[in-house]
Design a protein around this ligand. Sequence first.
Ligand code: DGL
Length: 266
Amino acid sequence: MSTSNHNNLNSRPVGFFDSGVGGLSVYARFKKVLPAEDCLYFGDLANMPYGNKTKDELIGFARKILDFYKGKKVKAVVIACNTSSAQAYESVKDDYEFKIYPIIQSCAKVIASLNYEKIGVFATEATVKSGVYTRELQKYNPAVSVNEISCPNWVPIVENNRYTEKLAMEDVKNQVDKMLEFSPDRVILGCTHYPYLMSLLKEFAPEELFIDPAEIFVDYIKSDLDKNGLLNPGGGSEEFFVSANPESFKAHAKIFYQIKNLPVCV
Ligand code: DGL
């Protein structure tokens, strides 16, 4: 994207998307760090969960949302979804004039620079299948060994608020135990829903073991917008959109971020 006409561009909104409410973990952090940005958030509830979808399906979902944001004249889109970053980003990244920030690729360089020897990743099946976390981390630190484990039950546990159920606790314990066999220095929570499982995760491993990429991601976006003269000098509005079930989105969003009105179904 050319930055020569940034004076027109910087007051445009930033679009976010995820399969549902999970991306609000990134969005909430972004609003805290950059409160003057006008923001749009799209939850693709008609197609959630993304974690068990094929690459072609995920590319199709991403294109539809990016086309929607093109119509909204955004200056940037944040792919606040690991699964979409893993499976769709490469195929769509050159097809739009605005900036596109994918969570995995944006964070990998920073995490790799911390020079850990062994990094674990908990993520959805589609993200693990892509191998993108391993590839991106090893691109910047070829010596790092990476162990990716998929946790297909974790998104439903968070979405349905099942934190205290015995089965949920057992599932989290089993996955953490499996990961600890690898003796990781750090474990990336590679799905935007997973930071909301911290109350359970820390029962079975020290909290400091886990990396929530949202913080690194938002710092990265902030410095890149700044570098390109794209920070908004004064805005702060927000608008939410979904592809289905606005009531369900609003109800589930509560754990992540308090939204005032029902999202618009498009
Ligand atoms: N929030 C998405 C991610 O970060 C996955 C949730 C889903 O499976 O829809 O990967």
